[in-house]
Design a binder for this molecule. Sequence first.
Ligand code: ZN
Length: 236
Amino acid sequence: MHTSALVLFSGGQDSTTCLAWALERYARVETIGFDYGQRHHVEMDVRPVVLEQLRRQFPHWHARLGQDHVLDLAVLGQISESSLTRETAIYMESSGLPNSFVPGRNLMFLTLAAALAYRRDLQVLVTGVCETDFSGYPDCRDDTIKAMQLALSLGMERRFLLETPLMWIDKAQTWALARRLGGPALVELIVEHTHTCYLGERSQRHDWGHGCGTCPACELRARGFAQFLAGPDTDT
Ligand code: ZN
């Protein structure tokens, strides 16, 4: 029986939904974020706001939501040529991966999260990775996560469970999952306070949230929200 979890929390729609998912399930939940010199500091800025809003609007989650940990991963910026840390446009590489791909980034995140979970005595790692996403990052795929669960459990001699609530659902279903977990209030919180836009744009407010509206992340979020509003009232 698992009672505690560490959620990889970036301040975006996906990880906020995963955090709500964990808060429904586990008695003790902590969060971890990584500051790796993202081109825009918006994500790091919205994290504490989202946590504060969750505490304020969902008193039954407040008691379960523990410490937030932010690790400095500036080293990622040193080795990365990715568009997430440099001022370059997002485009597809000849490999078929977007240039926003940072090789091994998610493996590093999971390894550090497991090390922290070990120290904090937390049993489950929750991450918002998704195979149905457009990006298809290989380190976000189900096989990779299963391999990491095994490697981390063996390498730290601690039985970790890696949970990926969003692995097989699309963005519309992610919105629906948020509604099921926290009702319209959680949907509104995610619209208003989370950040997804690659360009770090928050001056424009759309019905699906803040963002430039044209980058791949905004397009995905906007399309998912439209489908969610139009779709049947289900989340599976
Ligand atoms: Zn955008």
